[in-house]
Design a protein around this ligand. Structure first.
Ligand SMILES: Cc1cc2nc3c(=O)[nH]c(=O)nc-3n(C[C@H](O)[C@H](O)[C@H](O)COP(=O)(O)OP(=O)(O)OC[C@H]3O[C@@H](n4cnc5c(N)ncnc54)[C@H](O)[C@@H]3O)c2cc1C
Length: 423
């Protein structure tokens, strides 16, 4: 057995970023992924928005009201399946406990700090490796259909993040200068907020760059390898059981996104993370007219539209439906219709069946914060639960995890994210 080797389970954004951080610090790593390629689960076709500006948890009274309104409704942007209620009960109580205005503000500030740190590390990675992954530094634009909700957003941003330097308030008449393709709907809009510090990038392409970098630096990555069990002896990690063999290991990091809970349950650790399913629909825009160039969030319909090179992606919806892999046509139809609501001229050139449909499971923690670091089992670490912000938080979370593994101080205060608060 190679006692020094660190085994990382899961090859999505968190697993790959973690492996990269550790390899860069001189550690030997072996990353194991059950699928035939890395990043084919939730890190594959997300909205791609790297948004410190949207660093708020879903633990807010308005989101909860929407979730409850969506009980049993297939065409609502938020759906709660009735058969999921028992498994969500205790998680839901924790979620509600963290929904007071005071907790909401605290959690938002914690996410904001990690998001900014993470974005900084992503830029460093890009510059150091001359990396390109359909990234854009144009920021994100949030549009509002009534002035009250826009003012509420401005107030909330100022109150929580106490600075509006990177937020530009755009009057409705000026929106077209910023994004000419809003011409068809600009009379319906109250205005917008441009978050110039945000970025956009294709998370899957970024993951493939991380994979290449890890391998070039001596890290090992094995795909088609499912981990069925973690072996523990007297409170210490001793190894893992894969679908191929038993492997001895003294340090194991679980980065299995929404599936982390299943592995941890077997060693009597209860991770308060649940899958929240979301969809995206991606169209090739090569040769089309009226293609927008800035990435946008429509506040009123909870939908994100991201402009990549020669592609446009519309993403959103939230289903509390367990690990149900089925694709519901009403969900896809919903996203397609949202494109019409925002960009009717582009919509007129797109056929619904030409869009690439994807779904993923956001690993949503009950308190809106990720779980990073060691557990009560010696040698067992986790990095998961980044929820709807897993791309935004990936590089920062990985760096904090590497600090924990190496017993080093972190550049930001790690205490809000420590896994030991539950595990
Ligand atoms: C519709 C949608 C839009 C989103 N948009 C954004 C956005 O714009 N910005 C943002 O910041 N975030 C966004 N997110 C969230 C982000 O995509 C996720 O938080 C992130 O991808 C989670 O990464 P992960 O590595 O934790 O999980 P995953 O990407 O799911 O990776 C976990 C990996 O572990 C593997 N695995 C699981 N169990 C085992 C096992 N037993 N053995 C071996 N391997 C295993 C899985 O196969 C998988 O590859 C979005 C999510 C969705 C669904």
């Amino acid at each position: 057995m190679n006692k020094k080797q660190i085994v990382i389970i899961g090859g999505g954004l968190q697993g790959l970023a973690t492996a990269n951080a550790l390899v860069e610090r001189g550690e030997e790593i072996l990353l194991l992924e059950r699928e035939s390629d890395v990043a084919t689960s939730t890190s594959f076709a997300n909205a791609g928005m790297m948004t410190p500006s949207q660093s708020s948890p879903w633990n807010s009274p308005s989101d909860i009201a929407q979730i409850l309104a969506g009980i049993g409704k297939v065409d609502s942007p938020m759906l709660l399946k009735l058969d999921q209620i028992p498994s969500l009960f205790f998680w839901g109580l924790k979620f509600l406990r963290n929904s007071t205005p005071k907790r909401f503000n605290e959690i938002s500030r914690n996410l904001f700090e990690l998001a900014n740190y993470s974005k900084e590390l992503t830029i460093q990675f890009r510059k150091k490796n001359n990396a390109s992954y359909d990234e854009s530094e144009k920021g994100t634009l949030k549009i509002y259909r009534n002035s009250e909700s826009m003012q509420k957003s401005i107030n909330q941003h100022e109150k929580i993040f106490s600075n509006l330097d990177a937020v530009k308030i755009i009057k409705s008449k000026d929106l077209i200068d910023l994004e000419p393709q809003l011409k068809d709907i600009h009379s319906e809009l109250a205005g917008g907020l441009l978050f110039s510090n945000d970025e956009v990038g294709d998370a899957y392409k970024f993951c493939k760059l991380l994979e290449e970098k890890i391998r070039n630096n001596g890290g090992r990555i094995l795909t088609n390898t499912k981990i069925n069990k973690i072996l523990i002896n007297k409170g210490h990690v001793k190894g893992i059981v894969t679908d191929r063999a038993i492997l001895e290991a003294e340090r194991v990091i679980i980065c299995c996104g929404s599936w982390s809970r299943e592995l941890l349950k077997q060693v009597s650790l209860n991770l308060p993370v649940r899958p929240v399913k979301g969809y995206s629909l991606t169209f090739d825009t090569t040769g089309l007219n009226n293609v927008p160039n800035i990435s946008l969030v429509d506040e009123s319909i909870h939908t994100a539209v991201t402009s990549f090179q020669n592609r446009i992606r519309v993403a959103g919806t939230a289903e509390f439906a367990g690990y149900d892999d089925s694709i519901h046509p009403k969900r896809i139809d919903y996203l397609y219709r949202m494109l019409e609501t925002i960009y009717p001229s582009l919509y007129g050139q797109l056929e619904e069946n030409e869009g690439k449909v994807w779904h993923g499971f956001r690993p949503m923690s009950a308190d809106g914060l990720p779980f990073i670091g060691g557990t009560k089992i010696e040698g067992l670490f986790v990095n998961c639960g980044q929820g709807h912000l897993g791309w935004t938080l990936a590089m920062g979370s990985a760096s904090l995890l590497a600090d924990q593994v190496q017993n080093q101080d972190s550049k930001i205060d790690i205490s809000p994210y420590l896994a030991s608060r539950s595990l």
